[in-house]
Write a protein that binds this ligand. Structure first.
Ligand code: CP3
Length: 652
């Protein structure tokens, strides 16, 4: 068994302990290529902090929320360097101070400030709001200025909620780290990775990730860098750093067992040694990697071919040779192969038999020639482990027994442990992944919190959602606990599907269109956004809803990478409202498939035109394929989308 890096080049971004890092790498037979990615920011560069200081001393800041320990300390250092301490302390003690956890509390205490409202655990932005709404020491925010110290990405949902309470929000970005003055080594590291001359990369903190991508994007090399990192051994020192990498859609091959450099280098050298040397260094040559899944079995994944597939590239808004297409409900009763299998078992029996579910998934995707498969399951499977009954009988759609319409009933719902109760879905994902073409991505899915909530309060489909809205309006506490339970359950369920081998996930919010924009914003969006934020490992998330054209901006702010739109809205207008930063999926009326062959190609062409060949369009229907659809018509659609979009790219 070979040991160490065996003379390979190893890129590391460590700054303060660069020398130690270099010697650790050479002790493990590696050649260090150091590219320090951070330098300490001069305090006076923190203009956000200075603006805050000025308004604070003028008595204009009524409430200040301190989100992080490092940020609070940096902010206080800047302020102490500029203002007299008694003035500063006086101004701060006249404001209401809220600290999100023990670290900012300690930073404020170090300055002698002890009258601070603490935010209870788990210290998320929700508890911050709870303290603001319920604490006696906190004034009503209407008309007041609330300063929010932020470190890293601003918390959009918190800011939005504060504004809704009538506050003027003063964002106070503070940072301790900046790019080093000499960025040459960083650019050289980016090039070495892209060229494939270096295939081991060590990250020792999360800021290195954002600096690296910041520089790469300036040179239009972010995509190439992402690809290169996904083909290298990318090692991270700990969970924050891994999360930053996943946010950039970079796969983390290894997270150090202990958060120190020695452990990181040791483990990375072992991982690097396990890759055969003769694989060469070109990104395209490394294909099979194993990922440990919770059950202890290893899933082989052909990462590069999947990751570079047309569908995955479109999710990331990268250019593709043609527009990818897949169809919601592509495996279903309209297809003879499905009906044949289904004649032998009930619908639920089919979902729970992982061999059959995998077979249905793979057969449909291969038969249609689409660019992604979706795992065969149903959004309602999760209601059984919540303690409710589920039946699909007589073609009337689903029926749920034991509906939830009060706090007492919500209290009886069980928390879902999908590894136990829905393991058949994870098995189906593993089996489908193994049976699919190695370049065909597999989409996992779940119902979105609102659509699932509507099913379990109504007991089935509904016209007016009377019970759902009644619970939402009359029992907001019960609504909140039910939505939280559902959100936690589906987060865990989706993350399990990713671990089992899904390359992307879709949340179906089929019934969200029955809501007013304000109800959606207040009672649905925060939960959906929370689920999406907690998807890990980070893969593209598609959020699909219907009838939400009245508030697409809100739908676009869920944090999903791809937004599914229905046919009731023009695709170009929808995309403009969602924003260029997100990919879109859609949006052919499923009934077009019942029309004649020519009109199918024509209408598909119209949608492609609306998308204008911009990267980030995934073709789909605006809702699922209907059972009466002729399969030939679906094949016609898939061909038309591929042909027309390919031609348009060539001529454009
Ligand atoms: O191919 C795929 O898209 C994957 C499989 C899939 C099914 N349901 C299989 C299914 C997916 C992604 C779903 C999602 C789903 N299920 C949604 C969201 C999408 C949407 O259509 O809005 C919803 C609301 C459900 C709930 C559900 N399941 C309903 C309302 C019905 C009955 C309607 C019908 O078409 O019969 C189902 C049953 C169901 N789910 C079938 C299939 C193939 C038909 C069942 C059968 O074979 O008898």
């Amino acid at each position: 068994m070979p040991a160490g890096f065996q003379g390979q080049r190893v890129v590391a971004f460590e700054s303060r302990f660069a020398e130690e890092m270099a010697s650790l790498i050479s002790r493990h037979q590696g050649v260090a290529q150091l590219a320090p990615a951070l330098a300490e920011a001069p305090l006076e560069q923190n203009v956000g902090a200075i603006r805050f200081g000025e308004r604070l001393l003028q008595g204009e800041v009524a409430v200040a929320v301190f989100m992080t320990g490092v940020g609070t300390r940096t902010l206080m250092d800047v302020l102490q360097g500029r203002y007299r301490k008694p003035d500063l302390l006086g101004a701060l003690s006249r404001a209401t101070l809220i600290a999100r956890g023990p670290k900012p509390i300690a930073a404020l205490r170090a300055l002698g400030l002890s009258t601070v409202i603490p935010v209870p655990e788990p210290n998320t932005w929700r508890e911050v709001l709870e303290v603001i709404d319920t604490s006696e020491g906190c004034p009503n925010l209407s008309g007041l200025t609330v300063a929010v110290q932020e470190y890293g990405t601003p918390n959009r949902l918190l800011l939005e909620e504060l504004r809704r309470r009538g506050a003027e929000v003063l964002q106070v970005p503070v940072y301790r780290w900046t790019l080093p003055s000499d960025t040459g080594p960083l650019y050289r590291a980016i090039d070495a990775l892209i060229e494939g001359t270096c295939r081991v990369v060590l990250f020792t903190n999360s800021m290195q990730v954002s600096h690296l991508f910041q520089l790469a994007s300036q040179k239009q090399k972010a995509d190439a860098l992402r690809r290169a990192l996904n083909h290298a051994v990318t090692a991270s020192i700990g969970p924050n750093c891994s999360q930053a990498l996943r946010r950039e859609l970079v796969r983390v091959d290894l997270e150090a067992g202990q958060p120190n450099m020695a452990c990181l280098v040791e483990e990375a050298s072992r991982k690097a040694a396990a890759i055969p040397q003769d694989e060469g260094v070109q990104p395209s040559s490394r294909v099979v990697v194993s990922v440990e899944v919770e059950s202890g079995t290893a899933v082989p994944r052909t990462f590069s071919r999947l990751d570079n597939s047309v569908f995955m590239r479109a999710c990331r808004r990268q250019a593709t040779e043609y527009t990818p297409i897949w169809l919601m409900r592509q495996a279903g009763r309209y297809m003879a192969e499905y009906r044949e299998i289904r004649s032998r078992t009930s619908f639920l029996g089919l979902c729970k038999n992982s061999d059959l579910a995998a077979e249905v998934t793979v057969t449909a995707a291969h038969r249609l020639g689409v660019d992604a498969a979706i795992i065969f399951a149903d959004i309602l499977l999760i209601v059984e482990p919540m303690g409710l009954g589920l039946t699909f009988e007589g073609g009337d759609g689903p029926s749920i027994q034991g509906v939830i319409r009060s706090q007492a009933e919500v209290d009886r719902l069980s928390e879902v442990i999908p590894e136990e109760s829905l393991s058949f879905v994870f098995d189906a994902v593993r089996k489908a992944r193994a049976g699919l073409r190695p370049d065909l991505p597999l989409i996992g899915f779940a119902g979105a919190p609102f659509t699932l909530a509507s099913y379990i309060t109504e007991g089935g489909g509904s016209k007016n959602y009377v019970h759902t809205k009644e619970l939402m309006y009359r029992h907001p506490g019960a609504w909140d606990s039910m939505m939280q339970l559902i959100s936690r359950s589906i987060t865990r369920y989706l993350n399990g599907q990713i671990l089992a081998g899904a390359q992307a996930v879709q949340l179906f919010d089929s019934w969200a269109g029955c809501l007013s924009p304000e109800d959606y914003r207040r009672s649905v969006l925060p939960y959906t956004a929370q689920v999406i934020e907690n998807i890990k490992p980070r893969v593209p998330v598609i959020y699909f809803s219907t009838g939400t054209g009245g508030y697409l901006e809100l739908v676009g702010s869920t944090g999903a990478d791809v937004i599914g739109v229905d046919w009731r809205i023009d695709l170009a207008r929808a995309w403009a409202r969602i924003g260029e930063g997100q990919a879109v999926q859609g949006n052919l009326d499923p009934l077009v498939l019942l029309g004649d062959r020519d009109s199918i190609a024509e209408k598909a062409g119209e949608i492609l035109e609306r998308a204008g060949g911009r990267p980030g369009h995934i073709f789909n229907l605006g809702h699922g394929v209907l059972p009466q659809t002729p399969v030939d018509q679906v094949l016609r659609l898939v061909d038309a989308v591929h042909e027309r979009s390919r031609k348009a790219r060539l001529s454009g």
